[in-house]
Design a protein around this ligand. Structure first.
Ligand code: OSB
Ligand code: MG
Length: 383
C-alpha cells in the first residue's frame, strides 16, 4: 500500500490534556467487568499556526482489558511523551513514534499522541485523514458489540433492539457459564443474523471443545480472543477445530507487528481486530493492516467505547481496503446520551458509518460539553 512516508514537521505551541467523565447509556459488561461510564483522556495539540489536532486515549479507568489505565496514562503522557513534542524543528507522527520507542510499553498512551499528530498533519494539508492514510471515501460496514446480560431472554431483547436499529452484525460478549445458552437463544430468535462472540481471554485450554461446538451449533461467523493473550498455541488449536465458516480472530494478543508475524506463523488467527488505540496509533495500525492483508487475513476495526473523536479516527482507518469485515463502530447514541461531537455519528444505509469529508478527522469536540464533563486539565506550553 502506498502512503506518504513523512508528513511535513509540525511546530507545536501547546499540548492540553483533558480528563472527562461520560456516562454510558447502559452499563457494558464483559468477562473482565462492568463499565458504567467512560473516563476519557482527550489530547489537544496546537501548532504554531493555531491549527488543533485531537487524540483520544482508549485506556480504561482500571487495568482490566490490558495493563494500561487512565491514571497511568496521564503520568506517562505528562512525564515522558508530551515533553518529546517541543522540538523546534517540529515533529511528525513517525518521528514521535521513533523517539517514544525508547520507553517500553504504554501503546495506548503513545497512540493518544500519535493520533493527535496524524489529525493535525492532515489538517495542515487541508486533506481528510482517511485519504492521507491511503483509504478512500466509502461507507464503512459496521456492527454492534453487545455486553453480557442478566439472562438469555434479556440478551435476546437487547439484540432485537439493535437489529431494529439497523445493525447488520452483532458481537456477543461471553464468559464461562454465560455462553452456550445465551448464544443459542439469540440464534434461535434470529436465524439469519450475523453473529460473532468475544470472550476477552476468559477461557482455558479445556474449553476448546465447548467453543468449537458452540461455533458450529450457533453458526458463529467469528470467535474473538477466547484465551489469554500469550496463549497463541491455544488459539491455533481452536482455529484448526472451528468450521471453515467460523474465523478465529485476535484482539489483545496482537499489539506489535512481531506479535502478528508470530501469530501468522502459528496459524493462530483467520481475522484481526485492529484498534489504533491498542497498537500505538494509526501508523502501526496501517502496518498491521498491510501485513495481514498480504497474508489474505481480513481485518476490521475494533472499538473501546470511544467518543466521536476516537471514533472519527477509527472510521478513517476503516476506509482502507483490507477492512473487509464489519467494524465495532456504532452510532454515538449506542454509547452516550450526548457525544463530544455535534452532529453525532448516526447509522447509515446497510449498517454503515461514513467518514467526515472535512480536513483531518473532520470533527471537533463541542467546547461547552468539555467544560461540563471535565474532571481534570493539564497544559504544557512549548517555548
Ligand atoms: O474487546 O472489543 C473489545 C470495549 C471495551 C473493551 C474491549 C472491547 C470493547 C468492545 C466495544 O467490544 C466495541 C465498541 O467500541 O463498540
Ligand atoms: Mg475484543
Amino acid at each position: 500500500m502506498r502512503r506518504p512516508r513523512e508528513t511535513a514537521p509540525l511546530r507545536l505551541r501547546r499540548a492540553t490534556l483533558h480528563r472527562l467523565h461520560l456516562p454510558l447509556v447502559r452499563p457494558f459488561t464483559t468477562s473482565f467487568g462492568t463499565e458504567k461510564a467512560r473516563e476519557v483522556l482527550l489530547l489537544e495539540l496546537e501548532e504554531a499556526g493555531g491549527e488543533i489536532g485531537y487524540g483520544e486515549c482508549v485506556a480504561q479507568r482500571d487495568p482490566l482489558y490490558s495493563s494500561e489505565m487512565v491514571d497511568g496514562a496521564i503520568l506517562v503522557l505528562r512525564r515522558y511523551l508530551l515533553p518529546l513534542l517541543g522540538d523546534r524543528d517540529g515533529v511528525t507522527p513517525e518521528g514521535f513514534r521513533r523517539r517514544a520507542q525508547a520507553y517500553r510499553g504504554h501503546p495506548m498512551a503513545k497512540a493518544t499522541v500519535e493520533m493527535a499528530l496524524q489529525d493535525l498533519g492532515a489538517r495542515r494539508l487541508s486533506r481528510p485523514l482517511y485519504e492521507v492514510l491511503g483509504g478512500r471515501y466509502r461507507r464503512v460496514p459496521v456492527g454492534v458489540s453487545v455486553g453480557i446480560q442478566r439472562d438469555p431472554p434479556s440478551l435476546v431483547e437487547t439484540v432485537r433492539g439493535y437489529l431494529q436499529d439497523g445493525y447488520g452484525r452483532v458481537k456477543l460478549k461471553v464468559e464461562p457459564g454465560r455462553d452456550s445458552d445465551y448464544v443459542r437463544a439469540v440464534r434461535k430468535a434470529f436465524p439469519q443474523a450475523r453473529l460473532w462472540i468475544d470472550a476477552n481471554q476468559a477461557y482455558g485450554k479445556g474449553q476448546v471443545g465447548l467453543l468449537a461446538r458452540l461455533a458450529r451449533s450457533a453458526s458463529l461467523e467469528l470467535v474473538e480472543q477466547p484465551f489469554p493473550e500469550d496463549r497463541l498455541d491455544w488459539h491455533a488449536l481452536l482455529s484448526q477445530r472451528l468450521p471453515r465458516s467460523s474465523r478465529l480472530c485476535l484482539d489483545e494478543s496482537v499489539v506489535t507487528l512481531g506479535d502478528l508475524d508470530v501469530a501468522l506463523a502459528m496459524r493462530a488467527l483467520r481475522s484481526l481486530n485492529i484498534k489504533p488505540g491498542r497498537v500505538g496509533g494509526l501508523g502501526p495500525a496501517c502496518e498491521l493492516h498491510d501485513r495481514a492483508s498480504a497474508h489474505r487475513v481480513p481485518v476490521w476495526c475494533g472499538g473501546m467505547l470511544e467518543t466521536g473523536i476516537g471514533r472519527a479516527h477509527n472510521v478513517s482507518l476503516a476506509t482502507l481496503p483490507g477492512f473487509l469485515l464489519p467494524s465495532d463502530l456504532s452510532a454515538s447514541a449506542r454509547y452516550f446520551q450526548e457525544d463530544l461531537i455535534d452532529p453525532p455519528f448516526t447509522l447509515g444505509p446497510e449498517s454503515s458509518l461514513e467518514p467526515r469529508r472535512g480536513p483531518g478527522i473532520g470533527v471537533e469536540p463541542v467546547e461547552a460539553r468539555l467544560g461540563k464533563l471535565r474532571r481534570g486539565r493539564w497544559e504544557l506550553s512549548f517555548p
